[in-house]
Design a protein around this ligand. Structure first.
Ligand code: GUN
Length: 295
């Protein structure tokens, strides 16, 4: 039986974080610049608070100055846009991240498109999306870029591979499709209205699953040898009465079928934050016309 490789996203993320930290030291030594990242949190969603806190801690650990703006749930769109305008002209801030989701009364794309695209470290601004799809110099969304880094580590070449992306979100699925296309994969985007999803998935040499439906993808939906990147993370009840975190792919069923698979947790999660720090470092260089470190 084929032995399925476990892709260690945590180890890869630790390596990237160390590279970001070293590049931040070099930037400070060479030009006196200390990169800054500002996370904006509107409201008090507990999960969002944890994400933002973790991003801030990770930034500080790499020598990136971390700023945080906490606004109440009742904040108006105009107030949030005024804060973005202030951060856009604050030279200490190289990266602006508005944690999503926003309260329902605020249109997220309007807010994202108000961010200076050169500081849009999420890569969600229309200009960065357009550049990503047209092959220009973009800030690339963190989670799909992290997926791509892991795929490049595992596979000698992505060119010509059948890549299936499950999920069409703006945060993961769509930018993932753009990145795989740029690698010359044959890309299929599968979504909730797709017909015969198992048959499409069985064609995949590369599968990126990002729908947040616990263990939706069964072992017999996988082509033998497929490389699986599992972005989903859901908490479900476990047999012992406790709960556990699972991905979109039934991990145990994939053993012996997939060539390689990311675990949940310990796969993509750590890569997302590491790529955010990388983007902040890149933004700090690009905004000043400095040549970027190759990390
Ligand atoms: N909410 C869930 N994922 C993300 C992300 O990657 N960036 C931001 N800003 N919000 C999110």
């Amino acid at each position: 039986m084929l032995e399925t490789k476990r892709i260690d996203g945590k180890a890869r993320a630790d390596r990237l974080v160390a590279e970001v930290a070293a590049a931040a030291v070099a930037l400070k030594a060479g030009s006196g610049v200390v990169p800054g990242l500002c996370a904006v949190l509107v409201g008090s969603d507990p999960a969002s608070r944890i994400y933002v806190r973790n991003k801030g801690k990770a930034a500080a650990s790499t020598g990136i100055t971390s700023f945080q703006e906490n606004l109440p749930e009742t904040t108006s769109a105009a107030e949030l846009l005024a804060l973005i305008a202030k951060l856009n002209v604050d030279d200490r801030v190289d990266g602006i991240l508005v944690q999503l989701p926003l309260p329902k009364h605020i249109d997220p794309q309007r807010v994202i498109d108000a961010i200076d695209p050169s500081k849009d470290v999420d890569g969600f601004h229309a200009q960065n999306i357009g550049r990503l799809w047209s092959g220009g110099k973009a800030l690339v969304p963190c989670t799909p870029y992290g997926c791509l880094m892991l795929l490049r580590d595992v596979l000698p070449s992505l060119a010509g591979a059948e890549a299936v992306v499950l999920g069409r979100s703006n945060i993961v699925g769509k930018p993932m499709a753009a990145l795989l296309l740029a690698e010359n994969c044959t890309v299929t985007l599968v979504h909730s209205k797709s017909r015969n999803i198992p048959a499409i998935l069985r064609r995949a040499d590369i599968l990126v699953a990002a729908v947040g439906r616990p263990e939706m993808v069964r072992g017999d939906w996988l082509k033998p040898g497929v490389t699986v990147v599992d972005v989903g993370i859901s908490r479900i009840a476990a047999a012992d009465g406790k709960s556990k975190l699972v991905g979109d792919v039934a991990f145990a069923e994939a053993q012996g079928i997939a060539g390689a698979i990311t675990p949940v947790p310990g796969g993509i999660g750590p890569m997302t934050i590491a790529c955010l720090l990388r983007n902040t470092l890149i933004a700090a260089h690009r905004r000043r016309g400095l040549s970027e470190p190759a990390i």
